[in-house]
Design a protein. Structure first.
Length: 87
C-alpha cells in the first residue's frame, strides 16, 4: 500500500471510530463474534477497500473475517486494517 493510501486509512480510522486490527490491535472484541461489521482491508492490488464481514470464532481456534458482500463475498479476509460495527 502506498504511503498516501496509508495516510488516508489512518485519517479515516481516527475520524470515523474504527477499531484497528493487525499488529496494532490483533484481538477482536468478543462482542462482534458472529455479528456483521464493516471491514477495511487491503486488496490484492494494495488498495484500501471496504466490505461487510462476519467475524467467525469457532472451537477449533480458527478465527477470521468472512466477507458477506461485494466482490470478496464468501472469502476469508486477509490484510485486515480495521473494523467497525454497522449502524
Amino acid at each position: 500500500m502506498t504511503e498516501e493510501n496509508k495516510k488516508r486509512c489512518r485519517e479515516e480510522i481516527e475520524l470515523r471510530n474504527w477499531n484497528k486490527l493487525g499488529i496494532i490491535e490483533p484481538n477482536v472484541s468478543p462482542l462482534v463474534w458472529n455479528k456483521e461489521v464493516e471491514l477495511m482491508y487491503e486488496d490484492m492490488d494494495g488498495q484500501p477497500c471496504r466490505c461487510n464481514a462476519i467475524y467467525v470464532h469457532n472451537s477449533f481456534g480458527s478465527d477470521y473475517f468472512q466477507a458477506t458482500n461485494g466482490m470478496a463475498k464468501g472469502n476469508r479476509m486477509s490484510s485486515c486494517i480495521a473494523y467497525r460495527e454497522l449502524k
